[in-house]
Design a protein around this ligand. Sequence first.
Ligand SMILES: *Cc1c(COP(=O)(O)O)cnc(C)c1O
Length: 399
Amino acid sequence: MNQLSDPRPVDAHSVMHITKRPDIIMMEGNGSWLVDQNGKRYLDFLQGWAVNCLGHCNPGIVSALNKQAKKLINPSPAFYNEPMIRLSDLLTNHSCFDKVFFANSGAEANEGAIKLARKWGQLHKDGAYEIITFDHSFHGRTLATMSASGKPGWDTLFAPQVPGFPKADLNDIESVKRCITDKTVAVMLEPVQGEGGVIPADDAFMKELRQLTKERNLLLIVDEVQAGFGRTGKLFAYQHFGIEPDIMTLGKGIGGGVPLAALLCTDAVACFVPGDQGGTYNGNALMTAVGISVIEQLLAPGFLASVIQKGEFLQDELLKLCSEFGLQGERGKGLLRALMLGREIGPSLVELAREHEPQGLLINSPRPDLLRFMPALNVTEDEILTMCATLRVLLKKLS
Ligand SMILES: *Cc1c(COP(=O)(O)O)cnc(C)c1O
């Protein structure tokens, strides 16, 4: 199986260098496993950054793609298609929202949310356009969503920024109040900061934020691109807090691996008129057919309960590692979890895990003192144990 004795370097000079990639080529995927060009297998606790919520090459998704591809791929956004309507119905029937616009990426969905809030501000708040966002938040890589993000260094990268995104501190309601001016139209946040290091918003903070935004006539936008679609054990992360936001964005998990994202809002906020919003691929039949397969699998009896149960199982196993190796702790919600290492060994662990023999392990370190886990939502307990066993070996090596 393992042919690493002949590791030919990968010639990929024509691929634009936008990230440091290891010298392997991923060839096949199945559930929680990936296989490279040498036949080496990797246990995948990244899943394309929480994108493959049902694992690699999920049979339901493959079948939806095959069936829909033979029937209709994209009649153009100027026409309705059946999967577009069905998926919109499924999303609105299972959330507090009334209207859905489909996009192709989380960043694009968030751009739509920003535009929608600004439009609403023009109509109802005397042109108010400022959207309060949070330090260490991540909303995407377009110019506006980079400006909305609170990622260190992004304020000067590609300057000048898009104006209108003052930053508050997560879980600090006073810091939000201090940002409010007569130009404020909305507050936008991730219910669990993902890229920032898996930091969940507090229950009390979310409730206070909803109350504050209502009192001050501000829209509440939740970016559920990472935390939505079952990741935290509820279909949508806002549902943990007993609140109803005005706008929500979805990405990653909604497509189970294919490019699909969505912007949802209540009827009261749905103020786009024809010409305001669009996009060549929006609501195409092929991707929305996949979205239907994903949401139907998530809504199957017992599925979301199993995510909560496996999240607790993963938490228990991570806590064992904490006490064995004197690590700082763990945090997260459902199957979006982080292990706080207490020292900056995250990047070394990521590399050692990938290079581990005979089977590699794929994890990620959004901050050097932390590891993040976002396995498939249908990961098995055995796979969680295998992941922790590998980590145990590596932590021993580094201690
Ligand atoms: C990944 C992510 C985005 C951006 O999504 P893309 O599909 O990469 O554009 C936006 N918000 C959050 C919270 C994310 O995790």
